[in-house]
Write a protein that binds this ligand. Sequence first.
Ligand code: ZN
Length: 318
Amino acid sequence: MWHRRPRGLSASWLRGPLALPAAVLVAWVGFAPGAAMAFCRTTTVPVAPNFQPSREKCWDRGQPLFWKNACISYDLNRASSKQVSYDDAADHITRAFTRWTGASCPTDGTGTSRVSIDVRDFGPVECGAVKYNQGFGNQNVVVFRDEKWDKNDSSNTLALTTVTFNPDTGEIYDADMEVNTHEHPVTVRDPVPATGYDFASIMTHETGHFLGLAHSGEPRATMYANYQPGATAMRNLTQDDITGICTVYRPDGTRAVLVDKSTPADVCDPTPRHGFARECAPPAQKCAYAPAPPGGAEGSGVWLAALVAIAVARRRRA
Ligand SMILES: [Zn+2]
């Protein structure tokens, strides 16, 4: 049921160093002016706390985020959850990514119509930390938080995706997904009970964030900010979601960066930046948000982490 706007429960913000080079403070006004598109992209500039996307308006400051490589990888924390076995989680996450990577896009009739990004499962990892290392290998981990949810938010967050990116270019370096199984019951079996939280829906939404999409103003979209308990509709992408993924990862192998601009994908290599590590970085490498050295391998900018969450839509009490 989407006829009533849920209370403002969406959470979408940034953390990390907020001092951005002036050059990135340019407006991003979207694509195809005049077209009715509700989908939005996560950008390099933090979303204002009171901003709500609508069918007409996305947060439009900064540069939109994207993965440059034609192939990326994710991993599932080996411990999985008391609520969801490793095998069930891996199966659902694979299917969630495949909904996006299998999307068929409009073309001129030649070549492929499939989006130009592939996602690989690198299997179980020991590390369950949300961070990006510059001096150590990385993993794009999906991790369940059974024991505690220490996000200090009042938004009934179901799951949270943290995306680390280069603020100069919008290129995503790392993405990690956390599922709040400490506070919420998630279910992997059909039928989903009326009060249950459908893991397939949650992961389809979060994998959209992983790929760089933000919340859509279209209430029927998978990328809408709020989940209604018992619902399974978010498993299936709407035209709005498909338009979004096709806009970013074009079938011709380019990525849309700014208006009228694009960049070609790098040749398929799903290895995370600085290598793949199943274990977390040792404590000496703990500083995940330090500025990169001037002229260093990461370029001149600092990297930032965007946090994009899905929350439970609660009914307003009389
Ligand atoms: Zn979300």
